[in-house]
Write a protein that binds this ligand. Structure first.
Ligand SMILES: *[C@@H]1O[C@H](CO)[C@@H](O)[C@H](O)[C@H]1NC(C)=O
Ligand SMILES: *[C@@H]1O[C@H](CO)[C@@H](O)[C@H](O)[C@H]1NC(C)=O
Ligand SMILES: *[C@@H]1O[C@H](CO)[C@@H](O)[C@H](O)[C@H]1NC(C)=O
Ligand SMILES: *[C@@H]1O[C@H](CO)[C@@H](O)[C@H](O)[C@H]1NC(C)=O
Ligand SMILES: *[C@@H]1O[C@H](CO)[C@@H](O)[C@H](O)[C@H]1NC(C)=O
Ligand SMILES: *[C@@H]1O[C@H](CO)[C@@H](O)[C@H](O)[C@H]1NC(C)=O
Ligand SMILES: [Zn+2]
Length: 302
């Protein structure tokens, strides 16, 4: 009896030790040393839930509902921050002094972390996609309700977090506002490495506020285990521009000492009947123009 108990205990411990660590698809190798996105639900059952993130936003199906603009407080404040390679991404810790409100949120949410998801040398790498298009990079500014003291506390509340998702596009020009962060990457190649960046402000990482009035909104989850379904998501329609070289610099980081940190995004998850709101009054997306022109072409029998 005692031996059986010990065996069961050893078995469960080995299960934890062997391959319980989660990883991205780009890290999964034949030796099964970590669990890729399809197996995250074995790491945390919530990852198999019905309100998961990211999603593909189908602009033809969004609900136009005139959500008001954000109120950004402290976003202009320049700060020094610790930038860390945590083995999954590169993140900057924030003091919580920058606060968002309005925009259909009930109350104030304070910014506690910024991190990124990217592709390989500037290739597709965003988590959210719009009409099936995956952008080269996505920034997440993670906010928690002002009364909470940690992300972990906020995940216990279904509306505990508000994450802002900013998509990137490639441009011919270098975006100098990103120099501080991008220059720091070469000093944090390996997990556990940290250095300081700054001064930077959250405003300097975003387009002007007038370009942040159009956004998509839905209820979802953290995009890494435990995938807690406690996030009010905002994905801005407008993008930030970086050069190919700047986007590629993120691919010089390493997940571990054997695998380059590339394609650290979770694949899109089923919508399962959730609503996606759109803050604008109409949507003039490329796909709408395309659908209209296809119908005209069909109509004219061209
Ligand atoms: C970031 O975290 C470090 C400790 O890890 C702390 O010393 C520093 O003050 C934090 N920075 C901000 C902006 O909160
Ligand atoms: C997710 O993890 C956090 C700690 O990071 C914990 O507080 C929370 O209860 C967990 N949620 C679920 C659904 O397991
Ligand atoms: C970065 O991490 C690697 C691997 O853990 C370590 O060998 C190296 O000393 C670290 N470098 C710095 C600058 O911390
Ligand atoms: C998110 O959930 C809250 C609480 O259930 C609800 O009031 C809100 O309308 C939902 N938002 C969206 C975009 O569906
Ligand atoms: C913002 O997005 C809209 C819709 O995609 C686009 O028409 C507009 O040109 C964008 N503005 C900027 C400054 O990129
Ligand atoms: C890489 O890391 C593994 C595990 O931490 C270690 O056993 C191995 O010696 C390292 N290889 C190199 C080349 O540093
Ligand atoms: Zn993220």
């Amino acid at each position: 009896m005692q031996i059986l108990k010990i065996l069961a205990l050893l078995y469960s411990l080995s299960g934890v030790a062997m391959g319980a660590e989660w990883c991205y698809k780009s890290q999964v190798s034949c030796d099964n040393s970590c669990k890729g996105p399809d197996e995250w639900k074995d790491v945390a059952s919530t990852c198999g839930g019905k309100k998961q993130s990211p999603i593909n936003i189908v602009t033809r199906k969004v609900t136009i509902n005139h959500l008001p603009p954000f109120k950004f407080d402290g976003y202009q404040h320049a700060f020094e921050s610790i930038i860390t390679n945590n083995g999954h991404t590169v993140k900057l810790n924030l003091s919580g002094e920058a606060v968002i409100s309005n925009a259909g949120l009930t109350g104030e949410y304070k910014a506690v972390e910024v991190h990124f998801h990217w592709g390989k040398n500037g290739g597709p790498g965003s988590e959210h996609t719009i009409d099936g298009e995956q952008y080269p990079m996505e920034m997440h500014i993670v906010h928690i309700k002002k009364s909470y003291s940690s992300v972990s506390e906020a995940t216990k509340d279904p509306l505990g977090l508000a994450v802002l998702g900013m998509l990137y596009q490639e441009s011919p020009n270098r975006n100098m506002k990103y120099d501080s962060i991008i220059n720091a990457l070469s000093s944090i190649k390996y997990p556990g490495n940290k250095t300081t960046v700054g001064p930077v402000s959250l405003d300097s990482l975003l387009p002007p506020h007038c370009e942040l009035m159009k956004y998509f909104r839905y209820n979802g989850s953290l995009t890494t285990p435990n995938c807690s379904e406690s996030v009010i998501w905002t994905v801005f329609e407008n993008t930030t521009k970086l050069s190919k070289q700047q986007l590629s610099a993120f691919s010089d980081l390493w997940f571990d000492n054997r695998t380059a940190m590339t394609e650290n995004f979770r694949p899109v998850q089923p919508l399962n009947g959730r609503n996606v709101f759109y803050s604008g009054s109409s949507i003039a997306s490329v796909s709408t123009v395309l659908v209209v022109s296809i119908s005209i072409i069909t109509f004219l029998n061209l």
